[in-house]
Design a protein around this ligand. Sequence first.
Ligand code: HEC
Length: 177
Amino acid sequence: MVRWLALAIILLVPSGALPQVAGPAAPDMTQIENGMKLYRADGVDCEYCHDWRGVGKEHEAEFGDVKQAGGPALITSLMSREQMIEIISCGKIIGQRDRVMPQYRGDAWTAALPCYGKTLANTPVEERPVHGKRQMNPREVEAVVDYIRAVYQGKRMSVEWCLKYFPTSQRICDTLL
Ligand code: HEC
């Protein structure tokens, strides 16, 4: 009798209602494409320092009061998802304000969201990063990280992704072939 009851429950409960395995859900395509739109967006400007192919970029120009704009390749990044979320949320100053990874969360470096174990109160002014022109919310930061992990980290940008990245000027994707 008990066995029949168990079978009936298995048959009747739709699988979607069963408890899900713990852990972050795999990012879906919409999330990754949203991340791509942020990566190339004016004001977010990831592309400006990391290039649309994720291979890094150099500029003679300054970025805020920082000497030189530019950033490393993301295709060779060894960071975990959590480390990427932290560096994008918090930003980071390199050297004597030689370079900067901008800060993209306005509420970072506070008691609610400390950065590298610190808050603004115990970080000297010269070590505080420049803010990105456009700040992001937690979901947006995660989307951009999921895009980097899906398209750049440990790989090269594919033609398929290039065509999504440049919907109106797709000839640039010929350079990937
Ligand atoms: C003004 C230039 C600049 C902009 C704009 C910029 N970055 Fe960076 N980024 C840097 C620099 C410089 C570093 C190197 C930090 C270091 O050496 O620790 C860096 C590091 C990183 C890293 C860590 C890579 C690694 O493995 O060390 C990630 C991930 C990253 N940036 C993502 C982004 C994203 C996403 C955006 C846009 C939301 C962005 N960056 C915008 C300059 C920039």
